[in-house]
Design a protein around this ligand. Structure first.
Ligand code: ATP
Ligand code: MG
Length: 273
């Protein structure tokens, strides 16, 4: 479980202070799949970095499984529980061979070499990259690199996985691969926190946080959030394509139900007309 109470983050610099998180409170239950959306600069990445104590609150608190991330003695326990995947796959790769890269985090935990090999094999299998075990990461596609980065997190066996725009630099095929993998990890019981600018991806979550100017201004199911098209437009955010098409058809006089979210629902609604 993750619990934030009046979380505030201020970046201090010579050119002035920047409030990036402003009075953010929420609880995320174990096993939940939460997507975080919001325009550029709304504070998503700053929040992500509080989940594993890469940043500490300026004010307020965040607890990971009851552990206050700001207490130094909790740091390693918190990092053991939360795996992070970032946007740029190239900056996450640290080793010259795929299997060494996946093993990297484990080697720092003092785990026995045969155990490490076992966990790395399982993790590579989980992301369908076993055949690339001996490859140089530089020879992989962006989507494959992201799967290797996720394998590194799987090998660490963290219960919580935070992904900050993991598909931003990928082509459609790579995006699909990563999203399918994330859905599978959620089905296996992992807590997923998934930051994205792709609304179709966010629609797969159970819950969506909408951020604006350092605050979480909406917290609801994808259906609640995305079918409020007016509010999404006001925030400068897109809606999933099925929501957009349904809205345009309504404007042209088609009598469609209000809460259409997916292409399947749109197809069914049109068939029923
Ligand atoms: N290291 C930093 N120093 C100063 N200000 C920062 C720093 N990092 C981020 N900010 C500022 O804090 C605010 C929130 O930034 P953050 O990166 O969390 O936004 P974001 O929602 O992740 O945006 P994006 O969608 O572009 O990734 C922005 O105004 C940003 O300019
Ligand atoms: Mg960001």
């Amino acid at each position: 479980m993750i619990h934030a109470e009046h979380l505030r983050h201020v970046y201090k610099s010579s050119s002035g202070d920047k409030v990036a998180l402003d009075d953010v409170s929420f609880t995320i239950k174990a096993g939940e799949f939460v997507a975080i959306i919001g325009t550029n600069g709304s504070g998503k990445s700053t929040l992500a970095k509080h989940f594993n104590a890469l940043l500490l609150p300026t004010d307020g608190k965040i607890f990971v499984n009851g552990l206050d991330t700001a207490q130094e003695e909790n740091l390693w326990h918190v990092r053991e529980k939360v795996g992070m995947v970032f946007q740029n796959p190239d900056s996450e790769i640290v080793a010259a061979i795929v299997e060494d890269d996946v093993a990297f985090g484990l080697e720092n935990l003092g785990i026995a070499p045969d155990k490490i090999r076992e966990r790395v094999d399982l993790a590579l299998d989980a992301v369908n990259m076993t055949d690339y075990k001996k490859f140089a990461p530089s020879k992989l596609s962006g989507g494959q690199k992201q799967r290797i980065a996720i394998a590194g997190v799987i090998a660490m066996q963290t219960k919580i996985i935070v992904l900050d725009e993991p598909t931003a630099m990928l082509d459609p095929q790579g995006r699909r691969e990563v999203l399918e993998l994330v859905k599978r990890l959620h089905a296996q019981g992992k807590t997923i926190i998934y930051i994205t600018h792709f609304m179709e991806e966010a629609a797969n979550a159970q819950r969506v946080f909408v951020m604006e100017s350092g605050r979480i201004i909406r917290d609801g199911t994808p259906r609640e959030i995305f079918t409020d098209v007016k509010e999404m437009k006001r925030l400068g955010l897109d809606v999933p394509v099925a929501v957009e098409i349904a809205e345009r058809l309504r404007r042209k006089g088609f009598k469609l139900p209000q809460k259409i979210l997916t292409p399947e629902e749109l197809a069914d609604a049109l068939k029923n007309l």
